[in-house]
Design a protein around this ligand. Sequence first.
Ligand code: ZN
Length: 151
Amino acid sequence: MNFIFILIISIILLAYVIQPLLQKKYKLVYVPFIKINEKGDLLEKKDEMLGALKEIEFEYQMGKLSKKDYNELKRDYEINALRILKELDTQNNGDSKNDLIEEEIKAFRFQKNNIGDKSEEKFKKCPQCEAQVKINSKFCTNCGNSFVKEN
Ligand SMILES: [Zn+2]
């Protein structure tokens, strides 16, 4: 009689211990990663993921979440958070690359224009041999023609 009583108590205790392990209090949330072109949405999603990570950590520490569920959820959220961060990074790099290229093109154009202007300003043609000589030079470096009027 005593043995049966202990057995029943044991089964009840065992059921009590096992029950929370079997019962899923949290559905594993799979957050499908959607490629979003708008940066705002991604930033929002990133915050959502980080917030969710903090939340499940808290729930786990409160004992509301089993370690298995916590680990699975955490992994799920972290993978998604990483994907979002990676996507954000790609977008940022893409932007800065484009900006950089644009800047380089602008600088190149500016330089080219400047060189064009300078060459027109600083050089002249020798009237005798048509060689390009500096505008302030007194003699043609090609044929030795003097640009200084002799008095
Ligand atoms: Zn000359």
